[in-house]
Ligand binder design. Structure first.
Ligand code: CUA
Length: 347
């Protein structure tokens, strides 16, 4: 029985130690930086954490000493000099040093990044991300919803952001409704998206890879379901991706897919969504021109395949309650399959 107790205790210890450590890796973690901006942030975090932990241990040791030591022997810790030294001088020096370190590190974050290779506008909406690759266009101060953006060289997408690795990118962040917060922990600190204002965040990924971002400011019911992926490519690969993203959607290649496209255009889908190259010009919801290439649907909440697409169409209110897309539960199974297959074919 005793041995069993020990092994349970050991197992609990392992679990307790591993849980916090598991947060140190992965594609959505501040402790696993993959860019200069995030590295500085992680370093500030560790310095503060280790410094705070050491001071806590020293203070706790003094508290234990004060309780356990005989009154005659512990008198020195209530001397005036010790109290002024430990209670005023020490915190003053330590906190000032940390403040200076923090300012210098924050300045290094801004100074260390090369001039940006491109500007990407991201608009937070309840509860998804409108993404526009601005090319040479200036950042407009308001939220622009423009069906003709493609004619101006602007590439429109949603809920997934592609960037060139090793290049600095500026994000122009806006909100269409309430305050959201744009956060890709592996690449940079978080920054609020404020209605009526444009905030700018520069970041860079060291190498190609996939990272996950998350809205970091409570913005209503399904706030936790407002995520996205950042895909960093080698620069030439990124240019290829951007050129492809700029092209209109492929026409359906089979009768089944053509049926899916007909359903999309003739029911209410096209009122809210745009598929460039078709009559669907809606601007309320995400642009779906190349939705088949995205890693996720529903703003980072489900993997992208025909099954999840059909499930999202039929019960989007169940998956993300309160979002602006109604659940289209009137479609038959065959119609849902055709619609989902058509969307999945939009590579
Ligand atoms: Cu958007 Cu939380």
């Amino acid at each position: 029985m005793k041995r069993l107790d020990t092994s349970i205790t050991n197992a609990l210890l392992v679990v307790c130690c591993c849980l916090p450590l598991s947060a140190c890796s992965g594609i959505q973690s501040v402790f696993n930086p993959h860019g200069p901006n995030a590295r500085h942030t992680a370093q500030i975090g560790w310095v503060m954490f280790i410094g705070g932990a050491l001071i806590f241990l020293v203070v706790a040791a003094f508290a234990v000493y004060a309780v356990l030591r005989k009154p005659a022997k512990r008198g020195w810790i209530s001397h005036r000099g010790f109290i002024i030294g430990g209670g005023i001088v020490f915190p003053l020096i330590t906190l000032t040093a940390l403040l200076i370190y923090d300012f210098r590190a924050a300045r290094a974050i801004v100074a260390g990044l090369a001039s940006p290779a491109l500007t990407i506008e991201v608009v937070g909406e309840q509860w998804w991300w409108r993404v526009r690759y601005l090319g040479g266009s200036d950042v407009d101060e308001s939220v622009v919803v423009d069906a003709d953006a493609a004619d101006k060289g602007i590439v429109i997408s949603a809920n997934e952001i592609h960037i060139p690795a090793g290049r600095s990118v500026t994000f122009a962040l806006k909100s269409a409704d309430v305050i959201h917060s744009f956060w890709v922990p592996n690449l940079a600190g978080k920054l609020d998206m404020i209605p009526g204002r444009t905030t700018k965040l520069r970041m860079q990924a060291d190498h190609a890879g996939v990272f996950r971002g998350q809205c970091a400011e409570y913005c209503g019911g399904p706030h936790a379901k407002m995520a996205f992926y950042v895909v960093a490519h080698e620069p030439e690969e990124f240019e290829r991706w951007l050129a492809h993203e700029r092209t209109p959607a492929q026409p359906p290649g089979t009768r089944f897919l053509a049926e899916g496209q007909r359903l999309f255009l003739e029911t209410s889908c096209a009122v809210c969504h745009q598929i460039r190259g078709t009559a669907a010009r809606g601007q309320v919801g995400p642009d779906l021109t190349h939705v088949g290439n995205r890693l996720s649907i529903g703003a980072g909440i489900l993997p992208n395949n025909t099954g999840t697409l059909a499930g999202w169409i039929a019960s989007s209110q169940h998956l993300k309650p309160g979002n602006r897309m109604p659940s289209f539960d009137a479609f038959t199974g065959e119609e849902l399959r055709a619609l989902a297959a058509y969307l999945e074919s939009l590579k």
